[in-house]
Ligand binder design. Structure first.
Ligand SMILES: [Zn+2]
Length: 490
């Protein structure tokens, strides 16, 4: 009798405590009109495409920090601010770069594009024309200290990938890079094919920007082979003459800052508040480039003003109703330069790395069919945590009920999309991650990625899904466990 009374009291107290501590998610502060207003403002022409490593990126960042304050976040960056600065190491071709073939002087950017970023001086090097020879065929030739002239071709290259016209020249160069090194060639000429000729302006925009790294990630001058791209019209000249090449490639290396924006809303549990659910976005985009349909500003409404607006909306809800754990909001810089901001923060987090229980990253979350979306990092081999995936799938059922496209986690998926946004560096340092996205579209990285092209009902549903997942994890008794044996080589 006595013991059953004690049990009864215990059960009542237990239920009361639980009921008090684990509240249902609070959706009211998340409003479609707020999402829409924030996307329209951040993806306005005024910010000129927020290119990483430019003042435009900073202008967008400062604007966002004001919104983070308004949403109720406390600063969690450096020196009591919302900012975490890091240095970009930028390498670019200098205008004193020149090229002479036989007696013909070629003009930088107009007649040739230098595609390597190591300083080089080439004197009277013999040119060997090899047609469309494959890397295997080049293995059989004596090429030491010579210039190999190749007709660019798409043999062995996937053509049905996103941004093909911006990426194919890397792919062509990559296909040959091993053999160039092995055969110790002095340099390479690629003669454009029709496709390259059509993309010449795109390539100039791309190549002039050079290459950017951060400390410990591709910031050193890579000793790569000098590469020159020539117009299709030069083919006969190169093919029919025994020519020598002279050239100088000038490269400048300089530092420029970028910045992560970091705020937090503290949890209510005296112990669990020391742990963080990290909501992740990026504020930079790709700037002003070649004109398409009369517009050259690539506003990045979907990529990634959409998730920036979502982060603000989620913060408004956490402010009204905090969870047991704390929420950390990180809006990364320089994502478009190969996730440099998230690499930096994953390696130098503002809170102890062990205190970050998961990263919920969103990128491109406002497009495509309203009833479907993708969750990456949810299926093998990219899955990092069973608990986290379970929370996200439950959150989907309780909220937006999307049909989930699983195919993008396939390691053989042609886009390797899991490795292309800000959650990836965190996954590599042992933190459970998920990547929410409504996937690519034809207007990705074009001047047509504008706020009026976003489906705000869809964006609301994605926000709800990410918030509900975060709410579950932030209140759960146990943090999500990182699966043993997960390893990312890429
Ligand atoms: Zn993005």
């Amino acid at each position: 009798m006595k013991s059953s009374v004690i049990t009864f009291v215990f059960v009542v107290v237990f239920i009361a405590l639980n009921a008090q501590e684990i509240k249902p998610p609070l959706l009211a502060p998340i409003k479609k009109e707020d999402l829409k207003r924030d996307v329209f403002n951040l993806a306005d022409d005024h910010f000129l495409g927020r290119e990483a490593g430019t003042i435009d990126e900073f202008r967008g960042a400062v604007w966002l920090v004001e919104r983070m304050k308004e949403a109720g976040m406390k600063p969690a960056g450096e020196d009591g601010t919302f900012y975490q600065f890091f240095d970009l190491y930028m390498r670019r071709i200098m205008p004193n770069t020149w090229l002479k073939i036989g007696d013909k002087k070629l003009q930088l950017w107009k007649d040739f594009i230098p595609a390597s970023l190591s300083p080089a001086r080439l004197n009277n090097k013999e040119i060997v024309y090899v047609g469309k020879a494959s890397p295997e065929e080049l293995q059989k030739l004596e090429l030491k200290d010579k210039i190999v002239a190749i007709e660019a071709n798409l043999d062995g290259i996937a053509t049905n990938i996103s941004l093909f016209n911006k990426r194919f020249y890397y792919l062509i160069e990559d296909r040959y890079s091993e053999v160039f090194k092995e055969k110790k060639v002095a340099g390479v000429i690629f003669i454009a094919n029709d496709l390259y000729e059509d993309s010449w302006d795109v390539m100039i925009h791309q190549t002039k920007r050079g290459r950017t790294g951060i400390k410990d990630f591709r910031n050193k001058i890579i000793k790569d082979v000098p590469i020159f791209w020539l117009h299709k019209g030069e083919l006969d000249f190169i093919k029919n003459n025994n020519l020598a090449l002279d050239a100088e490639i000038g490269v400048q290396l300089f530092k420029y800052p970028s910045v992560n924006l970091i705020g937090k809303i503290e949890g209510t549990d005296p112990e669990l508040k020391k742990e963080y659910v990290l909501f992740s976005s990026h504020h930079d985009h790709v700037g002003v480039r070649e004109t398409v349909k009369g517009d050259s500003i690539i506003n990045g409404a979907d990529d990634n003003a959409s998730m920036c607006a979502t982060v603000l909306a989620i913060a408004r809800s956490f402010k009204k109703q905090p969870a047991r754990r704390s929420a950390l909001f990180v809006i990364h810089g320089a994502e478009e330069l190969s996730m440099l901001g998230s690499r930096w923060h994953a390696w130098n987090p503002v809170v102890p790395k062990e205190s970050i229980v998961c990263v919920l990253n969103g990128d491109l979350i406002g497009r495509n069919a309203i009833d479907s979306a993708a969750l990456l990092g949810a299926w093998g081999p990219h899955r990092t945590s069973d608990d986290l995936v379970e929370a996200a799938l439950e959150a989907n059922e309780e909220g937006p009920n999307f049909k989930i496209d699983k195919s993008w986690d396939d390691p053989n998926h042609i886009e390797f999309f899991f490795f292309r946004s800000d959650h990836a560096p965190y996954a590599r340092v042992g933190i459970p991650v998920l990547f929410y996205t409504s996937l690519l579209h034809d207007e990705y990285h074009t001047p047509m990625d504008n706020p009026d092209r976003i489906n705000y009902d869809k964006l609301y549903k994605m926000t709800e899904w990410i918030y509900r997942t975060g709410w579950k994890v932030a209140n759960a008794a146990k943090r999500p466990k990182y699966l043993e044996g997960v390893k990312f080589e890429k």
